[in-house]
Design a protein around this ligand. Structure first.
Ligand code: GDP
Ligand code: MN
Length: 394
């Protein structure tokens, strides 16, 4: 689950990281009022930023600086309602603009292959870090945090020196790097990224020039599977930007991942779903989705799975592969009959049900004239053939 910048910044702040104050507006008038407040506290400019769950907002015109309340209002009016990578902007973040001396990149992320938290830093932040990673990988520093102790002091110091943040900024840089890891672990996040981490100019209490490190942008991705451990975080999900199919699948307790192929798969169990997809591929087909209806699936869940699959106009055949254990074959068969009665378009379907109550299931399917298969190989072959016929007929 991806978080909006303003939610991500709240998590960073809670972890003790330096984030300049911000507000969120849903109208240009509200943005103007917030800008007036920021100018009132001495800001020379404010920044108005689109809140959408995609990167590269700056390049897309979704980040604007304003020197007066009227300019801030105009910037917000321009950004609200704008589409960035196909997503309509509904909110803007308003903050006093930082006077940036340099932009760094710093992030903590889960490296699944290494089974460690990886901390990445670069002195070339701000621009698209993917480009730096692709063209000059040596410009990105990498260090693995300790699984229990987090990013150790010496590791954080090495990273800071590597970024050129020794001297007066060493302590702050160490605190930010360690804070990112703490924030990632505390929230079971997959990614906590700050780009840019700004070296920001300001005026100290005696009128002297000072520079401090500040998190000017924040990107956090949470591990969906760990959300049960953080009851408060589920509320941060942005339903406006979520794919409706994903939202439906989650509501029904179905694991669903859309793919590019044309054979919809309804399977119980993640391992069996992977195997089913492998066999579809083996026989020359392409799965339209990964779908696990889970253990003990009921008839209504089977019907919901069918709806999810048929909502994808690219689906030309459906393969149902159920291994009855806790899941009862007759219950699934009834769900299929019910779903077919409700479905809004007809596609060929091949059903294989074995295990608990397989005989009852077979009787129900036969009575309803479903195409069945005795083995998974046979089912996959038939589904691929059916999908080919449909495409040839079009
Ligand atoms: P992104 O493009 O979606 O990653 O959005 P960012 O928040 O990273 O903003 C993009 C760029 O806008 C940054 O790299 C900065 O150069 C600039 N920017 C963002 N906030 C400020 C700010 O407070 N002051 C100034 N001067 N520039 C900013
Ligand atoms: Mn950014």
């Amino acid at each position: 689950m991806k978080l909006q910048e303003y939610h991500a910044k709240a998590l960073l702040q809670a972890a003790g990281l330096p984030v300049p104050p911000w507000q969120v507006a849903t109208s240009a008038a509200q943005a103007r009022a917030q800008a007036e407040a920021a100018f009132g506290t001495g800001a020379a400019r404010v920044v108005v930023k689109a809140q959408v769950l995609v990167g590269g907002r700056g390049k897309a015109g979704g980040v604007k600086l304003a020197a007066t309340p009227a300019e801030a209002e105009a910037a917000a009016a321009a950004i609200l309602g704008m589409a960035i990578k196909g997503i309509t902007v509904r909110r803007v973040l308003v903050a006093a603009a930082a006077d940036i001396a340099h932009e760094y990149y710093l992030a903590a992320t889960l490296d699944r292959a290494a089974q460690r938290v990886l901390v990445m830093g670069s002195a070339e932040g701000g621009v698209e870090i993917e480009e730096v990673a692709a063209t000059r990988p040596e410009a990105i520093l990498r260090v693995y945090a300790h699984p229990h102790l987090g990013l150790l002091d010496f590791q954080a110091r090495q990273l800071a020196f590597g970024l050129g943040l020794g001297g007066p900024h060493l302590r702050d840089a160490v605190a930010v790097a360690q804070g990112l890891v703490r924030c990632l672990m505390a929230n079971d996040a997959d990614l906590v990224e700050v780009n840019p981490l700004g070296l920001v100019r300001s005026t100290g209490p005696a009128g002297e020039a000072v520079t401090t490190l500040e998190c000017l942008d924040a990107k956090v991705t949470l591990d969906d599977s760990a959300l049960t451990r953080h009851p408060g975080l589920e509320a941060l999900r942005d339903l406006d930007e979520e794919d409706p199919t994903d939202a439906q699948a989650r509501a029904e307790g179905i694991s669903f991942i859309k793919l590019d192929g044309d054979i919809g798969c309804i399977v119980n169990g993640a391992g069996l779903a992977m195997t089913t997809m492998d066999l579809v591929k083996l026989y020359g087909g392409a799965p339209a989705n990964f779908l696990d209806i889970g253990g003990g699936a009921r008839a209504d869940q089977v019907a919901a799975a069918m709806r999810l699959i048929l909502d994808d106009p690219g689906v030309r055949a459906i393969l149902v592969n159920i291994f009855g254990g806790i899941t009862r074959g007759d219950e699934v068969a009834r769900g299929l009959v019910e779903a077919r009665a409700q479905q809004h378009r007809e596609v060929p379907m091949v059903v294989r049900i074995v295990g608990t109550n397989a005989a009852e299931a077979a009787a129900i399917l036969q009575a309803a004239a479903f195409q069945t298969a005795g083995s998974l190989d046979e089912a996959a072959r038939k589904a691929v053939a059916a999908a080919c016929e449909v495409s040839a007929g079009r």
